[in-house]
Design a protein around this ligand. Sequence first.
Ligand SMILES: C[S@@+](CC[C@H](N)C(=O)[O-])C[C@H]1O[C@@H](n2cnc3c(N)ncnc32)[C@H](O)[C@@H]1O
Length: 277
Amino acid sequence: MKRGRISQTALKVALSLITLSVKDDWAERLPPGLVEISERLLLASGSPGYGPGLMRASKKQWMVRVYKIHDRLMPGQWEGFGHRKIFMQQQVERAIEEGARQVLVLGAGFDTLCLRLAPRHRDVHFFEVDHPATSAAKARGVAVLGQPENMIQIAADLGQRGLSKVLSEGGRWDPAQLSVLLAEGLFLYLKDDEVRGLLDEAAACTPHRSRIVFTHKIPDDRKVLPMILRLVGEPFQSAVRSEDLPGYIKGTGWAMISDVDTDAAHGIERYAVAERL
Ligand SMILES: C[S@@+](CC[C@H](N)C(=O)[O-])C[C@H]1O[C@@H](n2cnc3c(N)ncnc32)[C@H](O)[C@@H]1O
């Protein structure tokens, strides 16, 4: 990923959810508040090009048609963002019900889960980590929307710095607290050894029974999407079949607890949940 540049894929995920909300019944299916907060966050982030004109255009039916054309090149990818936001939120809410008192979103981008859930769960601490440029743009947006007291943003390159060090420097993370971690749309931008290194690190700062909910890219032979991502400076770095995940994460301190994700509606990124041994 290009240093010093706001993640274009993070912006794109948030924007595509705004368009998804005007397709079919997606407005009712997406988590409440997600679309409105995403729009306000993008506008307030000051990200170049992400002004009111683009927000208006994103809610037009002609934009839905543009995404449908994209979808022919990359089946499932667009609606997959909607499915995964629903899945991630369900997993976090379940983990909180079962006692998790820390939520950590890795590679948070312009995701709004912490902003939406922190005010509803005052006894839970919410943390986000992202690359410095993306984190700074999001922080501008969060400052305008109002930063919940129990939400912290940390700027760090997880390919360069160990998660446990990053969290301990932040001062508020408690490695003894039951936690739920999210890595949505992140692992595919890390090399295999970086993914496993990150899981090792995540295990070092969480207790037994904590969970990590993540997406992973499955191997495929599509050419267009990888080419576009190389052009925007965010090329895919890793891929693993869902069935191979138990072996892939073996020895990192985590074990898979979710079923193999065979759902083509999730596109090329599938969902998984692992538990801290
Ligand atoms: C595709 S976006 C996904 C954003 C968000 N999780 C979502 O799904 O809406 C990938 C995110 O991972 C972050 N990222 C990629 N490599 C990273 C790294 N080495 N350290 C920290 N963040 C990283 C990017 O800055 C970006 O925000």
